[in-house]
Design a protein around this ligand. Structure first.
Ligand SMILES: [Zn+2]
Ligand SMILES: [Zn+2]
Length: 160
């Protein structure tokens, strides 16, 4: 019997959550954990009850911001953090699993919230054509542990 590590369970869940995203640009999922428990989840998209990009803009795609990202969406990491905070769950000292390395603006929030470790699946720099993963650089510079998940996922990650 193959006994999965928590790292595998949490990253596979993040990848599954990414598939729930309604955004057309990029699907990202996040799982916020403390020790071996899940304290929150999130995926990228406009705030609940506002837009579903894929249904509203099936041809033209999401409304873009100056960096070419969906201008309506809250990023997966921020959705996971906001949900925890809204429900009075402390994220201090938690570990974040996310399918795409955090952007700089998420990195600032992750640091401010006292999240101690980030495990990401894919490089944000590779996706955006940037010279480096600026969010990862920021987190590491200020003492947040960051690690890339390098194992093969049991689920198909072609679209995330
Ligand atoms: Zn969108
Ligand atoms: Zn972000």
């Amino acid at each position: 019997m193959n006994r999965p590590a928590f790292d595998d369970i949490f990253m596979e869940l993040a990848a599954s959550l990414a598939k729930r995203s309604h955004c057309i640009k990029k699907h990202v999922g996040a799982v916020l954990t403390k020790e071996t428990r899940i304290i929150s989840i999130g995926y990228n998209g406009p705030p609940a009850g506002t837009h579903n990009c894929d249904e509203e803009f099936p041809h033209e795609g999401c409304a873009k911001d100056s960096k070419g990202s969906c201008s309506l969406a809250i990023h997966a990491e921020q959705n996971a953090i906001l949900y925890a905070v809204k429900n009075n769950t402390s994220v201090e000292g938690s570990t974040l699993y996310v399918t795409l390395a955090p952007c700089l603006s998420c990195a600032r929030i992750i640091f401010s919230m006292g999240i101690k470790k980030v495990v990401y699946l894919k490089s944000y720099a590779a996706y955006k054509g940037l010279p480096s993963d600026e969010g990862v650089d920021f987190l590491q510079k200020f003492g947040v542990e960051v690690e890339q998940y390098r194992k093969e996922l049991a689920i198909d990650d072609a679209l995330i």
